[in-house]
Design a protein around this ligand. Sequence first.
Ligand SMILES: C[S@@+](CC[C@H](N)C(=O)[O-])C[C@H]1O[C@@H](n2cnc3c(N)ncnc32)[C@H](O)[C@@H]1O
Length: 230
Amino acid sequence: MTQRMILIHSPYFFSEERIKTVADWAAVFGNDHPLSLEIGCGTGHFIVERARANPDRNYLAIDIFNRGCDKTCRKLEEEGLANVRVARAEARHFLTHYLTPASLDEIFINCPDPWPKKRHRRRRLVNAEFLRLASAILRPAGAFYFSSDVADYAEEVARLLEDSPDYQRAAQAPVMADLPDYPRSKYMLRALDQGEPMHFVHYRRLARPPALAAPPLQAGFRMNWAAASP
Ligand SMILES: C[S@@+](CC[C@H](N)C(=O)[O-])C[C@H]1O[C@@H](n2cnc3c(N)ncnc32)[C@H](O)[C@@H]1O
């Protein structure tokens, strides 16, 4: 799909040129409140509600879809929220180049493109490699939220998180039918209106990186593993 590029003049909007000038997001917001990121914010339903409910937190909302960024900025202007900024950016590029390790308190991904056909599933945004990148940018105990109306995508993400040494579950089950106080995005509302269930996944980055597992000791071989570790 080609995008008709519209110039976005909103004060909420950070073009790629403007993002490159940001040395410190705390300076942009004028405070050092915890920083959250929504990836694929679409038209901004979720981030507006979440940011309105949490004025003591700062939010970045990114999307590769220019028109979605524009609509999100318009909603923010109507609401007059001071704690959100919007950028048109690709998620992996943004995490790698514009955020520093352990700088995020929360990551939200709601109804990402599902790529439902089996042969297209490797195009899905969230995979083991993405989760490793996200864990490096989350602060210790930082939260990772994922939601989808596609059951097998949510189950796959939950399985990857359960298997990962970097995360621990923050909800009662790997996949939940709902999360308390979690705002609805446009795609969530669409699914729920059509009677389709939603699937929510909530994990946290481990507070401390997992200890290196010692290799099994060979019979007759003694060594001080801790001293030998880098
Ligand atoms: C299905 S829509 C869901 C929008 C919104 N989260 C919602 O639930 O209503 C997926 C959104 O993710 C954006 N997107 C897809 N891949 C992306 C990527 N790699 N980086 C940033 N945004 C992406 C798309 O442009 C689109 O707006």
